[in-house]
Design a binder for this molecule. Structure first.
Ligand code: ZN
Length: 336
């Protein structure tokens, strides 16, 4: 189904307007006709008549919107409009805020505001689940919660909104963690863990991003539940299966590519910031990576099974360095 849609996506493209004329920005509300708006702002737009996806391109940036829905992905970030895009007598009619939220960002004349950018910080394990154990008895759940709280404080001082999946020693299922991210409509998900290995000599940080999912994995019960939660947050016709599939697919494609980019930022920023050996970026299908619908990474901050690293992770200063590295990475990623 997805492959078929993608085929239509590339095969059924119709040129709506590829303007080469002078750029004359217009006032918000002046036109709701997408073709006119694009021509006046030198933005190229293509409507796929089959999928009803509108592809927009301008000043090296891209956006993808969907007739019948109010979600637009602009430069890898999802944006919610005040109303849905409609089709009227062959033209696409956009809501008034389409100019400021999409078109002007594509022309580079509107800078991206990260004021509402929301990050979910997920402290791994908790409660009855201690996670990995060090030789000195250090429990992973305590290390992850402490670093997560430091990351939260750091992000708030940088102006981000932060939601924690847990802020105390309590058990939260993996399913709930992904649901929290969906309910609060977050932009990024960062899960914090500490590692273990049968070999005591192994050390360093690792950052995981989602690998490409197989067809069946995209229909995991929790993923479908989160998608329904997401559709409930959108303005769109309910029960339109093909519209839902296209939106899910559009967000999935951005999620995979942005997660890998985010992982590269976090790996570099954290290993440099904390002056720790990096084992690099790895791809995996962990539950919280697979079933969140937004860019997500899982950071393994070090090996509790390595005596030296366990000692380091027991020091508050070192945990702060790790947290500062993660925060700096997220700041650079969101400002890219
Ligand atoms: Zn863990």
């Amino acid at each position: 189904m997805v492959k078929k849609l993608l085929f239509y996506f590339f095969a059924g493209i119709v040129i709506l307007g590829a303007a080469g004329c002078e750029t004359v920005p217009i006032a918000p509300g002046a036109s709701r006709d997408l073709k006119v708006l694009c021509e006046q702002n030198n933005v190229q737009s293509y409507l796929d008549n089959v999928s009803q996806v509108v592809n927009l391109r301008g000043a090296g940036r891209e956006a993808r919107a969907m007739v019948g829905s109010n979600v637009v992905v602009v430069d890898g970030e999802k944006v919610f409009l005040a109303d849905v895009l409609r089709r009227e007598r062959g033209t696409v009619i956009v809501p008034a805020d389409f100019l400021s939220k999409v078109i002007l960002r594509l022309t580079g004349s509107e800078t991206v505001s990260r004021a509402g950018y929301q990050i979910v910080v997920d402290a791994g394990h908790g409660g009855k689940d201690p996670g990995a154990l060090g030789r000195r008895g250090t429990e992973e759940k305590g290390i992850t919660l402490d670093i997560a709280q430091r990351v939260k404080r750091g992000l708030i001082t940088k102006g981000f909104k932060v939601t924690m999946t847990r802020d105390r020693d309590v058990f939260i299922s993996l399913e709930e963690r992904t649901e929290i991210a969906t309910r609060v409509n977050a932009d990024l998900f960062v899960s914090i863990h500490a590692n273990s290995s049968p070999s005591r000599s192994v050390d360093g940080i690792e950052v995981y991003a989602l690998r490409e999912l197989e067809g069946a994995e995209k229909h995991d019960a929790q993923r479908l539940k989160n998608q329904r939660l997401l559709y409930g947050n959108l303005k769109m016709k309910s029960g339109d299966a093909s519209l839902e599939t296209i939106i899910a697919d559009m967000l999935y494609n951005y999620k995979v590519s942005d997660s890998q980019l985010l992982a590269a930022y976090v790996n570099k920023g954290t290993s440099l910031g904390a002056r720790v050996n990096s084992r690099g970026v790895k791809l995996a299908g962990f539950h919280v990576l697979r079933n969140t619908l937004i860019p997500a990474v899982l950071v393994e901050v070090g090996f509790l099974t390595n005596s030296q690293e366990e000692l380091m992770l027991r020091q508050p200063d070192y945990r702060q360095r790790i947290a500062d590295g993660i925060v700096a990475s997220l700041v650079s990623f969101s400002a890219r």
